[in-house]
Design a protein around this ligand. Sequence first.
Ligand code: PXP
Length: 240
Amino acid sequence: MKTNTVKLGVNIDHVATLRQARRDVDPDPVAAAGVCRQAGADMIVCHLRQDRRHIQDADLFKLCDLKGETHLELSTAPEMVALALKARPDSVCLVPESPREITTQGGINLKTQAKAVGRAVERLKKADIEVSLFIDPEAGSVRLSKSLGADLVELCTSAYAEAPGKNRRAAELERLELAGYLADEMGLGIHAGHALNYHNVRPVARIPRLGALNIGFAIVARSVFVGLKTAVLEMKLLLS
Ligand code: PXP
């Protein structure tokens, strides 16, 4: 019988988006993290953005104090890295961030951002925090991730999820598989995520040696109809 080895990281940012719509206390992303864990989430993921549009500093500190794995998505800005060093999540994924984007726009450009990424990786690793880099599924980015000292890569699945038509989608899946293969050969752990949902997740979950999938929007959106526990359970089932 096949055992489920792909971990599910549930990104709870959009629970906080809803709370911030009224600057209220509910729905509380920290309480949501507990529900997600009970339903089988292996990691709780959040993105502390520089504009603080959803997750707030206090949320991050509380999430890092909970039992279980907390994974933080973060820009390379030195003040953001300093916050991560204080909050001490188990792992950090460095992501590109620009002020008016609706969501993260693809992987980090490691050619133009090498210095900033290298500095952030060094500071985080010195503090024993595992570091992942959010990259597009390209050989060059995988190699640069290794040379910049990352432990893991998170392969951006947006191009796969947004591919028009079966053929393009199959080609994007192959790019993910090849990048995953190279990352594994180079001794990097492999995560993947962004824009995954209940309809497109299964082929990605079968990528060899994939360690975890990080999924947020689709789960929180589904929770409006079925509740958070069921939304997480349904996603877990698709990964098994
Ligand atoms: N992985 C990374 C690096 C992200 O920035 C995000 C969005 O915060 C996700 C995964 C989750 O994306 P989605 O909300 O589309 O599932």
